[in-house]
Design a protein around this ligand. Sequence first.
Ligand code: GLC
Length: 436
Amino acid sequence: MKKLILVVALLLSAFQIDAQSYKPSESNLEARKAFTQKRLGIFLHWGIYSTYAQGEWYLTTGKLQPEAYMQAAGGFYPAKFDAQAWARAFKDAGAGYVTLTSRHHDGFSMWDTAATDFDIMDATPFKRDVLKELTEAVQANGMAMQYYYSLLDWIRPDYPKGQSGVWKDPSKADYNHYFEFEKAQIRELMALHPRALWFDGIWDHEDETPAFPWRMEELYAYIHSIDPACLVGNNHHRAVLEGEDFQMFEQDLPGENTAGMSGASVISATLPLETCATMNNVWGYRIWDQNYKSVGQLVSLLVRATSKGANLLLNIGPMANGELPATALERLKGLGAWMKENGHTVDGCSATGIPEQPWGVATGDGSHVYLHVLQPSRMPSNGVSAILTVPFSQKVKAVTCGDEKLPWKASKDGFVTITLPMPKPGAIDTIVTIGL
Ligand code: GLC
């Protein structure tokens, strides 16, 4: 009898493991692949916080009472919003996808949701479903649409207050109720066929004992039951959780942690990777934040992301009037000009096994390895030409830079040495192509 109980228990536990372990569908695996084929995504932090022009955290940083903050909805009228113009600007920049904040920590929904009235249709005079308009324009321009969704809410009473946010009556907290609200919203969002859902905010209840009952796996299973192809990612700054389809990093490339938010020490070896980064300092529009990265710095970030097998999700904070900030547009143009010429060295490319060098990085597509000289002054040179030496075990067919053939030598101990004319001053990325 004891044996029988043991066998049944073992079978049950095996079943549980099986029932819990997530197996991505074929369609999901295809979506993951597509995700990695276009390395540049555009992140948009847009909401009623844009009217304050103080970043997306203003409800909290400004210590506003929710009732006062919510009044911004009554004045949110992005008259200049033109989904087609935005989509074209992103497409021309060489982006393959767009991730829009569908609902940020302030709880305001940018689409016509039936789950709350605190949304663009019911609470603003604009009464246009901007999320749907943008989704259609982005998809019509051949890009994938994805949605950011905040798991925390600074206003709804049913979300139990965590470390962030200011005002909350703890007696009204009811996470199970909030969870059902989220599920209803997510079902609505998924009717628009986003390629991915991008979650954020579970750091709000970090390190609690007992652990906060987020029920993430249940939420992921719910999403995959509606559409198995939908990619799920979560900005929790940790190793991936069961049910996630890509791993994301904030303000740092995988393996780096200069901003203190990308501490995931375990980098997934199998899932697509993505780094999100601001163009200036803050995600949501902040009027005095002019600290924009240059086009050269953005190219470098994109190329370095690709060299680590990661996408770059580059953020813009649109303004309350519906325009993209002029500097952001100008940077998109610069990126687009670079991508037009050199997009093939990031799209369809990934890591090569060649480690980062003082002067730059390598990306590759299987039949070419691209050496990106991002810091020419750090190449050994005699002032006229420079020498690049990289570990290389594959057979080299030819080495070129633009139309020019470059002299090269392979050594028996697995290195290739290339002689390269010194790049012109100001060159942002000199690309040496090794044909395999
Ligand atoms: C952080 C911030 C949030 C922003 C996100 C983007 O989690 O709280 O405002 O949306 O990073 O990565």
